[in-house]
Design a protein around this ligand. Sequence first.
Ligand SMILES: Cc1ncc(COP(=O)(O)O)c(C=O)c1O
Length: 432
Amino acid sequence: MFDKSKVLFEKACKIIPGGVNSPVRYFKPHPFFVESGNGSKIFTQDGNTLIDYCMGYGAVFLGHNNKDIALEVKNQIDKGNLFCIPTEKEIELAEQCTKIIPGAEMVRITTTGAEATMHAIRLARAFTKKKKIIKFDGGYHGAFDDVIDKAGSGAIEIENVEDGILLDESIKKTLTIPFNDIEILEATIEKDKSNEDSIACIIIEPILANSGLILPEKDYLNKIRKITKDNNIVLIFDEVVTGFRLSLGGASEFFGIKADITTFAKALGNGYPISLITGKKEIMSQLAPIGKVYQASTYAGNPLSVTASLKTLEILSKNKNIIYPKVSKTCDRIVNGIKDIAQDKKIEIAVNSISSMFQVFFTKKLVKNYQDAKMSNINKFNELFKALLYNGGIFIPPSQYETCFISNNHEEEDIEKTLESYDKALTKVKNL
Ligand SMILES: Cc1ncc(COP(=O)(O)O)c(C=O)c1O
């Protein structure tokens, strides 16, 4: 079924470490290679059609090969794709974002999620003149020293601290604690108060989307907001996944909480490389050239990504009362369908879902943090993944520690085919 992909993977391994350009793309025995995509579907080099629930790890919210966005980008290509001199469209995008994102008084356009979170942390350190950061077990903010230990996503497999790969200085300055446990957070801050270089910021995915999908308990985020205010700690919401996807104004709008700094990427450009650092003017205006916090990039605000983002925001803004209810309904249909199938087959699962995101865990318990996610049966998850891909024509992200993403282009026929495939796949899991 994936014979051509096998040959391509062997070729790739000779010149690309591990045959992939990002480790989460690898799965056993080998990944498939994509020829093209359209709407909710991807077409492999082997001639297979798959319904996609990876959707560029959440980036492609308005479907693969979105014609309206592509047309705008093609028009921009005719005018040039990189100048490294300001363009008016950057102002338009920043203005749009300040209107849409709660708490975004100023906006710096960057290119990748990691770049945005890395500089958000630097800004918080400069603003508070403190050094330590708090992050959460299984939260993922990019592949850099400050945040990679005990991170989610593909980093779960790797113990960088034990292997001596990370700088000792970074390890000491990063405190990692469980998600959804306010008492541990309070105790951590209290214990650290006497330190001269105590906590500069808390960086958090408002919804953990890199340990499977894990939702914040009621009032958890509100309590974090209060604690950070009371202790002069900068609150960074990492909305690289949730931004423009959970709702137009992201998790900040959804939960009604304004962080001090919020980072975005993925759904903003519908797959074109773009990210944002947004936040309070007094913090953001520390950025060079007006402030001392240096942040720079050749591709920042590049015309193609900015054009794609402007069109994405136009589509989302004009149709927000249609798109967000539609993807939620699709998600509910799929999740309820999977729960019914599992119940009929007497398979114990927990399914976490919100808006256009869901994940299945093979466990009796509720999954409320990374430790719970790790206790679920990974072998069963891997069997589900394989059965969906090889027998069901469905591509979900190949790891328990990722999230399934629905786009605006997942339609009724996709839902039906998906549930048929889950039915067959769960029978295989039961017979394991
Ligand atoms: C919540 C979150 N933050 C940051 C990142 C890093 O983004 P990038 O891969 O664009 O560097 C990711 C990537 O998946 C993410 O999910």
